[in-house]
Design a protein around this ligand. Structure first.
Ligand SMILES: [Zn+2]
Length: 492
């Protein structure tokens, strides 16, 4: 959303809800049916050369950085780059154009694209507690690349779907959704097998040890990720993109036990210097980039709000907000657009495969708007749609509602009501909302985890405070230890 709207202000919208798989499937059906321009590169991809591997990885990587944003130029990013660059140089594939990025993403995740493009998220960094733990994660991701997991084991179906990225589809707008929903790029790293994960864990351990990181810290990474997935919260992304090979902690401990004691001397942990990089870092989703309050979506930076239909699933993506009806018969998308409202609607309805029914121009809640109803031809038949473009604060937004014909009588009006609820935000509390941030506390006396959360209250649940600090309520923490408190971020 942000890039087409705003150059200075970032209009990033944070992932709010969970699965968009079925929306993806709906879109995929649109996409496959309308492949007037054949999916590019599929045949070549079946014999992936190194240069193709690099090209695929680079495109996916640039796409992620553009969509999600990176914490460029920060000391935290510098550490990710420093660890990764050294490790990659000592790996089996030192000559790849390795890149290491720190994504400004609340998801607890790390991933690798083919060709040597490695990503760690802000969410992951705030959950780790030392440079050695971070090195273990980066080493694991480097392992996926050096062992060519992402390329060698790709199925033909995955390759076909990857080909969707950037392919010309009946509607460039719909092509963008494929992008938004990660239908293409995420598959590059989506499913590593159990054996791949075991091998990458072992490689991460080996690379860490080679670079003199204290591998005795490695079980903590898997413990933290395990605690996250065991809780009430959503499963960390790293867990979903990296199927757990089972007993990761145990296997890490076995590796440590099998390492000659002499090799475990003089290794680096760098706990305090690592934690200091996190001081003031945003924790969790950043509400400045848009957030949900019930069914209402509020965007403080872009100063608009919209009420989605009750009971719909919503996903708050970097460049769009997406909602889907409970029966999956309809979906609603909000994203940025270029041009006046009338131009946006005209351009949309002139796309191949779209039949314009009615169009008009008016205003919605005092904002200039244009709209058109249309039919979109797909392999499965016709889909009914309504597109509304609205101008607000020197930006134009496009709202798109799609429904299966059998559902249009019910979902059509529901979606139009939601689309017409787009209005400026005037509440100062919303406009000035701030994210939660990490605040470092150096303990002046020994205390338990429970005493810590009582003495230094956080704006997140105590259980979560324990997890991000790698402690329990009963853990005795020594005086002088640095722990993370999370402050602020209360949503109006
Ligand atoms: Zn992995």
């Amino acid at each position: 959303m942000s890039k087409s709207l705003e150059k200075s202000r970032r209009a990033r919208v944070v992932v709010h809800a969970t699965s968009v798989t079925s929306i993806t499937l709906l879109l995929t059906s649109l996409v496959t049916s309308c492949a007037t321009n054949p999916v590019t590169g599929r045949r070549e991809l079946s014999l992936v050369s190194e240069s193709q591997e690099i090209q695929m990885g680079r495109e996916a990587s640039q796409n992620d950085v553009r969509r999600v944003g990176a914490l460029s130029g920060t000391p935290a990013e510098a550490l990710v780059k420093r660890i990764g660059t050294k490790m990659a140089a000592g790996s089996e594939r030192p000559n790849l154009p390795w890149e290491f990025h720190l994504l400004d993403d609340a998801a607890v995740n790390a991933f690798a694209y083919p060709g040597g493009f490695i990503f760690v998220t802000r969410g992951l960094m705030t959950h780790l507690n030392s440079e050695a733990e971070l090195a273990e994660v980066i080493g694991h991701e480097i392992g996926h690349v050096t062992a060519k997991h992402s390329v060698a084991q790709m199925s033909q179906a995955q390759l076909a779907q990857i080909g969707l990225v950037g392919a010309s589809i009946f509607s460039s707008t719909v092509a963008k959704y494929g992008d938004v929903l990660g239908a293409g790029t995420s598959l590059l790293f989506l499913k590593f097998g159990r054996d791949d994960e075991l091998q990458s864990d072992a490689l991460g351990f080996k690379y860490s040890l080679t670079d003199k990181y204290d591998v005795r810290e490695s079980p903590k990474v898997f413990t933290t990720l395990g605690r996250l997935s065991g809780g009430a919260g959503r499963i960390p992304e790293w867990q979903s993109t990296h199927p757990d090979p089972g007993n990761r902690v145990q296997r890490a401990e076995q590796r440590i036990a099998q390492t000659p004691p002499a090799q475990l001397q003089g290794l680096t942990v760098n706990r305090d210097s690592y934690l200091k990089l996190l001081d003031g870092m945003v924790f969790g989703e950043n509400p400045r980039e848009g957030y949900f309050k019930g069914t209402r979506f509020l965007h403080p930076e872009l100063r608009f709000q919209l009420d989605f239909p009750t009971g719909w699933r919503t996903a708050n993506q970097p460049d769009a907000v997406i909602a889907q009806s409970p029966d999956q018969s309809a979906q609603l998308v909000l994203q940025g657009a270029q041009g006046t409202p009338a131009q946006v609607v005209q351009q949309f309805t002139q796309q191949q495969g779209i039949t314009l029914k009615q169009s008009s121009q008016s205003s919605i809640n005092g904002l200039t708007s244009a709209q058109a109803s249309f039919d979109a031809q797909t392999e499965q038949g016709v889909i009914n749609g309504l597109v509304i473009a609205i101008s607000h604060q020197n930006a134009t937004y496009m709202l798109l509602g799609l429904s299966a014909p059998a559902a249009t009588a019910q979902r059509g009006p529901e979606m139009e009501t939601a689309m017409r609820s787009f209005r400026p935000v005037t509440d100062n509390a919303v406009l000035s909302v701030q994210p939660a941030r990490i605040k470092l506390i150096t303990l002046t006396r020994q205390m338990t985890g429970q005493q810590f959360v009582q003495s230094y209250p956080s704006s997140i649940p105590a259980e979560q405070v324990y997890i991000i600090n790698g402690i329990d309520a009963s853990t005795s923490v020594a005086a002088g230890t640095i722990l993370k408190q999370v402050v602020g971020g209360t949503l109006p």
